[in-house]
Write a protein that binds this ligand. Sequence first.
Ligand SMILES: CC(C)(COP(=O)(O)OP(=O)(O)OC[C@H]1O[C@@H](n2cnc3c(N)ncnc32)[C@H](O)[C@@H]1OP(=O)(O)O)[C@@H](O)C(=O)NCCC(=O)NCCS
Length: 204
Amino acid sequence: MFDRLWGKRRAPAFLPRLETKRLILRPMEAGDAADMFDYARRIDTTRYLLWHPHPSVEYTRSYLAMIGRLYRKGQFFDWAIVEKDSGRMIGTCGFTRLAKQHALGEVGYVLNPDYHGRGYATEAVRAVIAFGFENLELHRIEGRYMVENTPSRRVMERCGLSFEGVWRESMLVKGRYRDIGVCALLRDDYLRLCTGQATAAIRL
Ligand SMILES: CC(C)(COP(=O)(O)OP(=O)(O)OC[C@H]1O[C@@H](n2cnc3c(N)ncnc32)[C@H](O)[C@@H]1OP(=O)(O)O)[C@@H](O)C(=O)NCCC(=O)NCCS
């Protein structure tokens, strides 16, 4: 099953459209450039990310063209997050890493700061996690974040990932060694969460 799903699929097929109560997750497309640039240009978006703010909308356009090429090669697993009400593309989420040999996925997400504090990231990441366990048959889903990025840790914990510890100064980002927090959810624990055998505090 795992091999059949991962096999030769190309990303647009591999990344099906997912729908939650308030959001649509779909592959990114060239027409997202203006909405993406709106947040990708901001320092408050990129503070805890590996990349720097996009300098121009042309840069965002060429970034999206590169994503299109990676999708076609089946090498990119991030969805665009679209708010149903407005139709705006307000961020991205997905798997920044899929290690097939370990059935391991790492989640990542970015939301336009104008849309923080509404539970959108949690809603989107829960859909990605469900897809990972139920369709890709992953064994473990993890998330990593710079320890200062407490909103990101909270998203992971609201999605059922448990804090596992800190890898001290394990990444050199923007000229500084960063402490990296790790949270994870195992397949069996996910299935228990789904069947309601978990405590209310961590129920999905
Ligand atoms: C990480 C990030 C996505 C978190 O965004 P967020 O808005 O805090 O997360 P959510 O969308 O899940 O919203 C949760 C917040 O909305 C509130 N909220 C409001 N309505 C809600 C609802 N219907 N459902 C759930 N939460 C809701 C929650 O109380 C919570 O606020 P709190 O953490 O102050 O208690 C955001 O800070 C971001 O994009 N940062 C820049 C990129 C980044 O750092 N990415 C992570 C890299 S590891």
